[in-house]
Design a protein around this ligand. Structure first.
Ligand code: ASP
Ligand code: MG
Length: 420
């Protein structure tokens, strides 16, 4: 007997028919003798619908009173889907009880719309499990010290599930979703993309932060911190598929390097077109300049990703960085108004039509020439690299957005990712 947490995404919970299927699957796991906790998302589209209603009444604003109500509102999506699942389980003859975050309680800080989990009380849940019930806990939400309902940010149910698994010391956290695992890259861009049987936690962390949308990045951080065994698998297999086959399907996120079955140097290619590039030209090459430029950007709460400073010539240098595309215009205005005048610099250039393509693999630690192989593959396609950034297990390049798909396909091929 094992204690297992199942998480079902919005598409898997998308209709009463699908909820019934989830119930049948969960009941099968319970009948096999396991203790099951389920963390569902809201039915697909529901969170957007609710937040849309709020926007009709008043445009989004960074205001605590408003954000508090957004959480009060959005959390109802998960409350509804959790209750529906409990009803469906009961109608399958499986005793079940659902709880909202505050009832458990899942304690968070008070950062509305992006709260962080601080503690989870496992008492009630353990008692119900021991009484033979399937326990359903709403994803995405918690409660702060003052009893206010909070939410964990979009996609936050993944994090709820992993946090619940960590608190209960579950044997595994199964993330059921509308794809059947983690792929070498997005199959919509590269049809030859393969599902990975295992991926290391560090690679998953990079892929999640670089734009792979399979898991919310905070859930991966959580899994890493508490060593929660986590598997991404499909909720669209028939519910009555053999349980052992199901338990071994999808992609397992591993913590030990030698657990890694596939010894590929590069495990995946990530990409995103959410960024824009900004260059400040001819800035004086002296202490404090990076701080003057990026400090102003950070003070405006704008996140910066890739940063490059060129070699200086005649005491001047060029300074480039990327920001989220939504922050592009704001950043340019800010630099023109607040930073350039004090630097005595005239020129700021920008380009919003860029994308970032990255290769990720823990094998990069122990192999040389990986980045140069990447650059060769891009050059063979005539793709110009505008910026480069590296870490121990990834290399990212910023290129013209129009070459994104070509670059991803070329790299997938160059690193033999289509071959098992
Ligand atoms: N329902 C929330 C959202 O749509 C949380 C989740 O699905 O993970 O972002
Ligand atoms: Mg999701």
């Amino acid at each position: 007997m094992a204690l297992i947490v199942h998480k079902y995404g919005g598409t898997s919970m998308g209709s009463t028919e699908r909820i019934r299927n989830v119930a049948k699957r969960v009941a099968k796991w319970a009948r096999a003798g396991h203790q099951i906790v389920v963390v569902p998302s809201a039915m697909s589209g529901e969170t957007n619908r609710l937040l849309g209603l709020a926007k009709e009444l008043a445009p989004a604003k960074p205001d605590t009173a408003y954000s508090r109500e957004l959480d009060m509102l959005a959390s109802t999506g998960e409350q509804a889907s959790s209750a529906l699942l409990a009803i469906a389980l009961q109608s399958e003859g499986q005793p079940s009880v659902s709880y909202a975050g505050w009832q458990v309680a899942i304690k968070t800080n008070d950062a509305f719309t992006k709260a962080r989990i601080q503690s989870i009380d496992d008492q009630k849940v353990k008692a119900d499990l021991n009484a033979g019930k399937v326990v359903i806990i709403t994803g995405f939400q918690g409660v702060d010290d003052n009893g206010n309902i909070t939410t964990l940010g979009r996609g936050g149910s993944d994090t709820s599930a992993v946090a619940v698994a960590a608190a209960l010391k579950a044997d595994e956290c199964l993330i059921y979703t509308d794809v059947d695992g983690v792929y070498t890259t997005d199959p919509r861009v590269v049809p030859e993309a393969r599902r990975l049987q295992t991926v290391s936690f560090e690679e998953m962390l990079e892929m999640a932060s670089l734009g792979s949308k399979v898991l919310q990045i905070r859930s991966v951080e959580f899994a890493g911190k508490y060593k929660v065994p986590m598997r991404v698998l499909s909720s669209f297999t028939p519910w009555d598929i053999d349980i052992h086959e199901e338990a071994a399907s999808g992609t397992l996120i591993t913590f030990e390097e030698d657990e890694q079955m596939e010894q590929a140097v590069v495990s995946g290619i990530a990409f995103n077109r959410d960024e824009a590039k900004i260059s400040v030209l001819g800035v004086p090459d002296k202490p404090g300049i990076a701080y003057q430029i990026l400090g102003a950007v950070a003070d405006a709460n704008i996140e910066v990703d890739v940063i490059i400073q060129n070699l200086s010539k005649d005491g001047k240098t060029d300074f480039s960085f990327t920001v989220h595309r939504n922050d592009y215009a704001k950043t340019i205005d800010l630099l023109k108004e607040k930073v350039l005048p004090s630097l005595g610099v005239a020129e700021v250039l920008g380009d919003a039509k860029i994308c970032k393509v990255s290769i990720v693999g823990i094998g990069m630690r122990s192999h040389v020439g990986v980045a140069s192989k990447m650059f060769r593959a891009l050059s063979e396609e005539g793709i110009n690299i505008q910026m480069i950034s590296t870490s121990e297990i990834k290399t990212s390049v910023v290129i013209d957005e129009k070459y994104m798909e070509l670059a991803v396909r070329a790299l997938h091929k160059a690193f033999d990712l289509d071959q098992a």
